[in-house]
Design a binder for this molecule. Sequence first.
Ligand code: MN
Length: 223
Amino acid sequence: MKSLSCHVVALLSILAITLSLTNASDPSPLQDFCVAIDTPADGVFVNGKFCKDPKFVTVDDFFKSGLNKAGTPNEKTGSVVTLVNVNQIPGLNTLGISIVRIDYAVNGQNPPHTHPRASEILYVAHGTLLVGFVTSNPENRLFSKVLNEGDVFVFPEGLVHFQANVGKYPAVAFAGLSSQNPGAIVIADTVFGSNPPIQPNVLAKAFQLDTRTVMDLQAKFKK
Ligand code: MN
C-alpha cells in the first residue's frame, strides 16, 4: 500500500513538472476576445471555430491558391498584406499556423505593428527590405537588418516590428505565423485611428505632442 502511494506521488510529481515545462503560459486565445455569457444558446463560437463533421471534410478545406499573385499596395503605406489564415483555409482551425504574402511598392513599408498571438518568420522572395523589431520596456532595444532575396528573419511574438522597401524595385516577402489567427495591431491605426478616437489631450501627453498635432494625426488615420 505504501509503495503504491509512493508511485502515485511520483507520478503526480512527474505530471506536475511536465505540465510546468510544457505549459509555461496560458494557451493563446484565438481571437481578440471571448466574452463569457451565462446561456450557451446565445453563444457564437469559443476560441476558434466550430468543427466541421469529419465526414463532410474535403481536400479543399486545406487548400487555397493565388499566393503567386501580387496584391495592390495601399497608397498610404505602399504595402499590402494578403492573408491566408483560418478565415481563408478552414482546415487551419486549431493548428496554430498561417501564412501571408506581403507586396511592397518602391519606398513602401509594412508599418510598425504587432501580432498579439504569433511569432513571425519572414522570407524575402524579391527585393531588399530594412526590417526590425523592438524589445519590450524598459530596454526597447532595436534589432534591425537589411535583408536581400533569400534571407529569412524572425519577429518574436508580440513585439513591434516593421519592414521597409529600401531597394530600387518592388519587393515581395512571405511570412509564416504561429497562429491560425495571428491578429495585427498596426500602431498608428490603433493609437490615432481608433473608433471612437482616444481623447486628443490623452495622446498629446502620451506622445509629448501638442493637441493640434494629435488631431492632425487622428484626421490622417481616421477610418
Ligand atoms: Mn508582422
